[in-house]
Structures are given as structure tokens and as C-alpha cells.
Design a protein around this ligand. Structure first.
Ligand code: NAP
Length: 438
């Protein structure tokens, strides 16, 4: 199994290799952290050697413990494992990039990681909050130049804290910015992006290939709708009839076909599962091959549809105010605009960097809400807060009960009076007609 896995590795532009199949570890918040530790141990036993995580996932302690246990019981050596972590946007200031990595290393009980990625292109205000927000609930971005952040990444590689460095959620323009940086020491080895048959990233893949940058696919199985970040009510990839027909033809599962599709395009595929059976199933992706016709049919499923939101919940309705976020959407192919991003704000944000002489616009250049918008939002928030604060107070409960009581009395009175009127009308009708007859 081990040698088979090594065989299915790709060489990166810095000479290191990366296993083509990786285990994703980002789970919905309701999954207990102890499950991560169990899953990693199980995955290593099955044969997985590539593990993907990030500071954001807050599971590096559990992952580190599991890997150390598997090293201690002789199943693997540290060098057999390919481990990826990512620097979150609140650590994009050059002096913080290494701090983020050192924190991860401490939790992992490791002296180096194999791959360190910029998690996304947007810099966020530095601090302990993953999603720093202002009083109106809008996310606070930072104005750090991506190129200076990249220089700090290069320093981490030079210091031996990571073997390779790369990016995630970057579009072609953002990649070009790094590639054209004067004095560039190391190119990104990869770009990790959402990629599956419904969003196949063919243009970005072509661009990356032309620059010897690998594409690493996440949400290859359509992600998990229980996650906060995942847009609900989208068609489920694994239920797609074409994908299912191809799977049936090969006597495989739709998940295996979705993963195999990526491998045959030269894309590194991540798949998250904490379930032993499904982990095994996903690992059997090297045992069959899709025909060129199958690949063509799967290419035909592309509809530029994203499952994941950009910095969700953090800044509903405001995310596109950051020019790098708009760029990210282009990076996802001609991705559909998600519900929380209006076309107008995207357009504004696209125009803004063109108007700005600086490559990285200051906060003042970012689209600010108008006074009227601010006022509206403030009233909405305070009304919601008031309702939340008072809804469970005893006097409010009593008031609600009193209101309900009054409503019941009014209703019964109305019904009774209607009956009464109806009967009165009926009786007078009878007496008139009987008199007439009589
Ligand atoms: P995913 O791997 O596409 O899908 C995970 C979901 O599919 C889970 O609900 C899993 O459930 C289920 N699943 C796994 N194998 C299956 C099978 N054989 N049949 C049916 N269902 C199966 O989604 P993801 O977790 O969003 O993405 C993968 C990884 O990429 C993440 O874990 C993370 O490491 C990385 N990622 C990176 C970024 C970034 O911004 N760079 C963003 C998102 C994700 P069970 O666990 O119950 O099996």
C-alpha cells in the first residue's frame, strides 16, 4: 500500500513531492475534536500519507497527537507524512506569518511542515479574532501587500520550518502578482481551490500548468452541507445522474469517480471523511481508470457552481467590498455569484482597484456603507438584540401570555356574536315566512 501511494505522487516545482490523494480534516463544528484524532490514526493505518489542515480548523493538537502516536508505534516515520497547514488572514502582516506557523508546529509537536499555504488572498485585521468585525458587523480587512506576506513565507522556507510554500483560493491575477514580484525567491508550488465536476476550474488549471504550479482540489465530493461555510440547497454532486451512471459502469461509487476525475487531470485531490468505510472507499481510487469519453462527460458537468462561500457569516453582504475577494471568484472559473454578493458590489469592487493608483487599496478605498445603510443596519441589529434580550424575561413572558389570553377572548367573543347574529337572522326569517304562510 505504501509503495503504491508513493507511486501516486507528483513532483512540485521546488523538487519535493506531494501525494495525489490527501485526507481533508475540516469538519462541521458539531463533530467532537476527539473524532479527528481517531480519524487520523485510522487514515494512517489505511495508507493515507497526505493530511490537510489549517490554523483555522483548530484541530492541529489532535492531528499532532495522532501522528506522534503512529510514529511511536512504528507505523510511519515523520518523513512518510506530508502535512499541510495554512496561514489565516489575520496573520498576513509579515512579522506574524512565522508566528502562525510556529503556533501550528507547537501544537503538532513537529519541527517542520511539508507545505505552508496562504489560506486566501484577503488580509484581515490582525488579532485573535478569526473574523474581526466592526460595530456594524462588517469584516475589517487589512491593507497588507500580498507580496510582502509572500516574502515572509519564503523566509519560513529558508528557516526550514516548511519544506514548500504555496497559496489557496488565488485567481490568475493574484498568482501573477506573486510570480512577477521583483526578487522572487520561490514560486508557489500549488494553488488549493474548490474544484469538482460542477466547478472544474479548467482555465485556472491551464494557467497553473503553464507556470508549473499544481492545482490542489478541495470540496472534490461536494463538501458537507452541515458546515457553516457551505451554501445550502445546492444540487448534491454525488447524486448527479451522469456521475452515477459512470460509477455504475465501472462498478465504483460516485465519490471514487469524482476523485479519479481529478487524478486523471493531474490535480491533487483532497477528500474529507472520518468514517472508516468511506476512507477506505476513497483510498481505492488508484485501482481503476476512466475512459476519455468518461472524462469528457464529466467535463460537460461544469456549471461554475461553488459550494463554499467567501469568508461566510463574517461579513454578509460586504465580502465583495474587498477587491481580492472579487478576484477569488474569477479564480473559481466564471463562478456563479453567491446569494450574499450583489452584482453591483462586485462591479464596484472590480472598478475600484483600477481607479486606485496603489496596487493594494487603503481601507478608505474599500466600498463604505452609506449613512442611510448604516442607520438601517443599526436599527435592525438593535431591534433584534432587544427581542433576544427580553424574550425570556418573566415580565415579557407574562405580557405574551396576557396578549394571547386577550386574543383568545376576542376571538371567542367574535365567534359567539356571529353565531348570535346568524341565529337572530334565522329566527326572524322563520317567523316572517311562517306569518306569510299563515
Ligand atoms: P469534501 O471532501 O468534498 O466532502 C466531505 C463530505 O463528504 C463529508 O460530509 C464526508 O462525510 C462525505 N464523504 C466522504 N467520503 C464519502 C464517500 N465515499 N461517499 C459519500 N460521502 C462521502 O469536502 P471538504 O471537507 O469541504 O473538503 C475537503 C478538504 O479540503 C477539507 O476537509 C479541508 O482539509 C480542505 N479545504 C480547504 C479549503 C481552503 O479554503 N483551502 C476550503 C475547504 C476545504 P463523512 O466524513 O461522514 O464520510
Amino acid at each position: 500500500m505504501m509503495s503504491q501511494m508513493r507511486h501516486f505522487s507528483l513532483k512540485m516545482n521546488d523538487g519535493h513531492t506531494i501525494p495525489m490523494l490527501g485526507l481533508g480534516t475540516s469538519a462541521p463544528s458539531q463533530v467532537p475534536k476527539s473524532e479527528t484524532e481517531m480519524a487520523i490514526k485510522r487514515a494512517i493505518d489505511i495508507g493515507y500519507r497526505h493530511i490537510d489542515s489549517a490554523h483555522l480548523y483548530q484541530n492541529e493538537e489532535e492531528i499532532g497527537r495522532a501522528i506522534q502516536m503512529k510514529i511511536a508505534d512504528g507505523t510511519v516515520k515523520r518523513d512518510d507524512i506530508f502535512y499541510t497547514t495554512k496561514v489565516w488572514g489575520t496573520f498576513f502582516r509579515p512579522e506574524l506569518v512565522q508566528t502562525n506557523l510556529e503556533r501550528s508546529l507547537k501544537k503538532l509537536q513537529m519541527s517542520y511542515v511539508d507545505l505552508y499555504l496562504l489560506h486566501h488572498p484577503e488580509a484581515l485585521q490582525a488579532g485573535e479574532d478569526f473574523f474581526p468585525k466592526d460595530a456594524h458587523g462588517n469584516i475589517i480587512f487589512d491593507t497588507v501587500d500580498l507580496c510582502t506576506t509572500w516574502e515572509a513565507m519564503e523566509k519560513c522556507k529558508n528557516e526550514g520550518l516548511t519544506r514548500s510554500i504555496g497559496v489557496s483560493n488565488f485567481n490568475c491575477k493574484q498568482l501573477e502578482r506573486i510570480l512577477n514580484k521583483p526578487g522572487l525567491k520561490y514560486k508557489p508550488v500549488c494553488n488549493q481551490v474548490e474544484c469538482h465536476p460542477y466547478l472544474n476550474q479548467s482555465k485556472l488549471l491551464e494557467f497553473c500548468r503553464s507556470h508549473d504550479i499544481l492545482l490542489v482540489a478541495y470540496a472534490t465530493l461536494g463538501s458537507d452541507a452541515r458546515k457553516k461555510w457551505v451554501i445550502k440547497n445546492k444540487p448534491r454532486l454525488l447524486q448527479d445522474p451522469v456521475l452515477n451512471a459512470i460509477a455504475e459502469k465501472h462498478r465504483r461509487t460516485p465519490a471514487q469517480v469524482a476523485l479519479r476525475y481529478q487524478l486523471q487531470r493531474g490535480v491533487v485531490a483532497l477528500a474529507k471523511s472520518f468514517n472508516e468505510q468511506r476512507m477506505k472507499e476513497n483510498f481505492q481510487v488508484f485501482e481503476f481508470e476512466l475512459t476519455p469519453e468518461d472524462m469528457e462527460s464529466l467535463d460537460g458537468l461544469n456549471r461554475n457552481m461553488c459550494y463554499l462561500q467567501d469568508l461566510p457569516q463574517a461579513a454578509p453582504g460586504r465580502v465583495a467590498s474587498h477587491p481580492e475577494t472579487v478576484g477569488r471568484m474569477e479564480g473559481r472559473g466564471e463562478a456563479q455569484l453567491t446569494s450574499h454578493v450583489s452584482r453591483k458590489s462586485v462591479l464596484l469592487a472590480t472598478i475600484m482597484p483600477l481607479r486606485s493608483t496603489a496596487l493594494f487599496p487603503s481601507e478608505a478605498n474599500l466600498k463604505a456603507p452609506s449613512q442611510q445603510e448604516k442607520k438601517k443596519q443599526k436599527t435592525k441589529i438593535s431591534k433584534r438584540k432587544r427581542i433576544e434580550r427580553y424574550k425570556n424575561k418573566p415580565q415579557c413572558i407574562k405580557k405574551r401570555e396576557r396578549k394571547t389570553g386577550t386574543k383568545c377572548i376576542t376571538l371567542s367573543a367574535t365567534v359567539l356574536s356571529r353565531w348570535y347574529l346568524h341565529d337572530l337572522f334565522f329566527l326572524s326569517y322563520i317567523s316572517v315566512t311562517s306569518k306569510f304562510r299563515g
